[in-house]
Design a protein. Structure first.
Length: 395
């Protein structure tokens, strides 16, 4: 069976930074190919990508992930009917979300946030709940409809079915891409369409420590010493980043999330383009104020395949050696340019595959050997979106 798979490969040089910390505050690392590498977790870059969607997509196409799901739905309930008191809106929301997802929605056992007030703490879910804006709206409408006796309302089989459907249709782009797990209601889980690898450096690294001091602005001249001292760990790296997108799964996940009068391929195009741009341009925010490590990738290769996804991380199993006169990027690009045709040719993975290449600077010149269209980011996003839409339409 022919599939539609999108592979994203990125080489990005990051100066001294601490993008993603471990439990000791040090930059995360991993051993690969027998060498210690800099690492940025997939979760960190998925969150950065999701936050980038705020500037790329309409709010109605996005979701909210929160334990405060009752407050989230209650806000919409009161927007539909301002006469409903906040306490009642929270109770309606909690019962509706409980029915829709099977999850317990109840006040937290910890000390109430409103301990100085007579108002009880708002009900919360036991874990983060991911709902799209349209799902939130549909659940709020059901809550208002059953306001007279919400428990009796959801004892009616048809109403309970409507609640489940409200939570399991019209998924937002971020839910469709990154999935959703509801521990107490597996039937409303969403399988992620996107897979993101942990970014690793193409070379070996050693973390360094910066010793710093801070001066007390009101300290007198005759009082020696700093007001504060400390250390922060960091490293610098040329990272290989990889993500795979199952366009067919994305299409299934989006389901009814199609705007009235819109071409059926447009939601897929919009989601793919947002994911591509968001993943390429985003950066985790760890210690950003300290290091201002705001780089963009030097090289991006996108493959549109008809079979399984393929990572090219094997090109860097042997760590790139330190080259004092040319850095790591040129050798990494040379490795990649040689590895791609070898692995694709050996497995016949080049058949029916479309390729786009974005590269900047002389160090990425070896990538000229990669067969594909050389493009800017704008042309890359437009070209991939059009190609995906064309494939989806022909299925």
């Amino acid at each position: 069976m022919t599939r539609t798979i999108l592979d994203l490969h990125v080489l990005q040089t990051v100066p001294p930074s601490n993008l993603n910390r471990d439990d000791t505050g040090a930059p995360k690392t991993a051993v690969y190919g027998g060498a210690r590498r800099s690492r940025v977790s997939s979760q960190a870059w998925k969150r950065a990508t999701r936050k980038a969607f705020d500037g790329l997509l309409d709010p109605q196409d996005l979701g909210t992930r929160t334990k405060r799901v009752a407050e989230f739905v209650a806000e919409r309930i009161r927007g539909l009917d301002k006469s409903i008191p906040q306490t009642e809106a929270l109770a309606l929301a909690a019962e509706t979300v409980k029915t829709a997802t099977g999850s317990k929605i109840e006040p937290p056992k910890r000390k109430s946030r409103n301990e100085d007030s007579d108002d009880p703490a708002a009900p919360e879910s036991a874990y983060l709940m991911f709902l799209s804006a349209r799902q939130r709206d549909a659940l709020a409408e059901l809550a208002v409809e059953g306001r007279a006796d919400i428990k009796e309302f959801f004892k009616v089989a048809e109403n309970k079915k409507r609640a489940r459907a409200a939570a399991d249709t019209r998924h937002s782009v971020d839910i469709a891409l990154f999935g959703r797990m509801v521990a107490d209601g597996a039937d409303v889980n969403v399988d992620a369409a996107a897979q993101v690898a942990h970014a690793i450096s193409v070379h070996a690294v050693e973390n360094e420590a910066d010793y710093y001091t801070a001066v007390d602005d009101r300290q007198e001249d005759d009082e020696p010493g700093a007001g504060m001292i400390g250390t922060v760990e960091f490293n610098s790296a040329t990272l290989y980043r990889y993500a795979a997108l199952d366009v067919d799964q994305l299409r299934r996940n989006l389901g009814e999330g199609i705007r009235e009068g819109e071409d059926t391929t447009e939601p897929i195009r919009r989601a793919v383009q947002a994911f591509l741009r968001g993943f390429v341009e985003s950066m985790p925010t760890g210690k950003a104020n300290t290091f201002a490590n705001h780089t963009l990738p030097e090289a991006v290769i996108v493959k549109l395949r008809s079979a399984r996804p393929i990572s090219f991380v094997g090109a860097f199993e042997k760590p790139v050696p330190e080259e004092l006169d040319s850095g790591y990027l040129r050798t990494a690009c040379d490795r990649l340019a040689k590895f791609i045709p070898e692995i694709e040719g050996a497995y016949g993975a080049d058949e029916g595959t479309e390729t786009w290449v974005l590269r900047i600077g002389d160090s990425t010149r070896p990538l000229e050997a990669v067969e594909g269209e050389t493009v800017s980011l704008k042309k890359l996003v437009e070209g991939v979106g059009a190609a995906v839409a064309e494939r989806v339409e022909s299925q």
